[in-house]
Design a protein around this ligand. Structure first.
Ligand code: AMP
Length: 229
């Protein structure tokens, strides 16, 4: 029997630009038998393939707005089912829920997180990062770099990880970064206290984004203590 009976589910929350996806995914997949999946990556993949779902999502994503909940419910259900078939010990869900209705969707689908990690960055720094960001064009990789030399790729314009070209995401302009932060404050920030109320047994950890920029050892200690116990 391939199917695992119990897989830990961890929600990864934070503002756009907090550094949720890149470092956390890289780290957890390298050091633990976990898989991270980001709803933003799934949407970009659908967009790139030109599927009906991708086309419907595109108009919202390009404006920095949230994609409608009924589409997100479909994505969540399919992705979690796929991951549950794999021989893994944990799933990191990056970018869901983004509003309180999406918490209700989780409840309806019987998806219960055991842990919640919030990564904190201040607004000014988030906009600065998003406006300087370069992203791997292969959405399965999705590694990000910066255009201001802080996190440069080894070869200009090429992803160190998979060799794909780097692009500027259409929603990574300063104007759209500001819009995404407005959406975060009005719709996503209230999700954190609500999650803690609905999923009372879930352990909660808030970490500053600088921890993701530090050495692997410090991050490993934090994650090991929080995720494995
Ligand atoms: P991200 O890669 O997490 O920054 O997401 C990029 C864009 O995808 C967001 O600005 C939204 O348009 C869309 N998106 C990702 N996750 C969700 C979600 N849970 N609900 C609605 N829209 C989402």
């Amino acid at each position: 029997m391939k199917k695992k009976l119990a897989i830990t589910l961890v929600l990864l929350l934070g503002k756009p630009g907090a550094g949720k996806g890149t470092r956390t995914k890289e780290f957890l997949e390298k050091h633990f038998n976990w898989r991270a999946f980001s709803t933003g990556d799934v949407l970009r993949e659908e967009k790139a393939k030109g599927t009906p779902l991708g086309k419907r999502a595109q108009e919202y994503m390009d404006k920095g707005l949230l994609v409608p909940d009924y589409l997100m419910a479909e994505i969540l259900k399919n992705s979690i089912e796929n991951l549950k078939e794999q021989n893994i010990e944990g799933i990191i869900l990056d970018g869901f829920p983004r509003n309180c209705t999406q918490i209700v969707i989780m409840q309806k689908l019987g998806i219960v997180p055991q842990k919640i990690i919030e990564i904190h960055v201040d607004d000014k720094e988030a906009v600065r990062r998003l406006s300087n960001r370069l992203t791997c064009s292969d959405s399965k990789c999705g590694k990000s770099y910066s255009r201001n030399g802080e996190k440069a790729p080894i070869h200009a314009g090429i992803c160190d990880n998979c060799g794909s070209p780097l692009i500027v995401r259409s929603d990574d302009t300063p104007e759209k970064a500001e819009e995404r932060l407005k959406v975060y404050h009005s719709q996503t920030a209230p999700v954190i206290p609500e999650l803690q109320m609905v999923f009372k047994d879930a352990a909660y950890l808030k970490i500053p984004t600088r921890l993701l920029e530090g050495n692997d050892e410090e991050l490993q200690k934090t994650f090991e203590e929080f995720l494995l116990f």
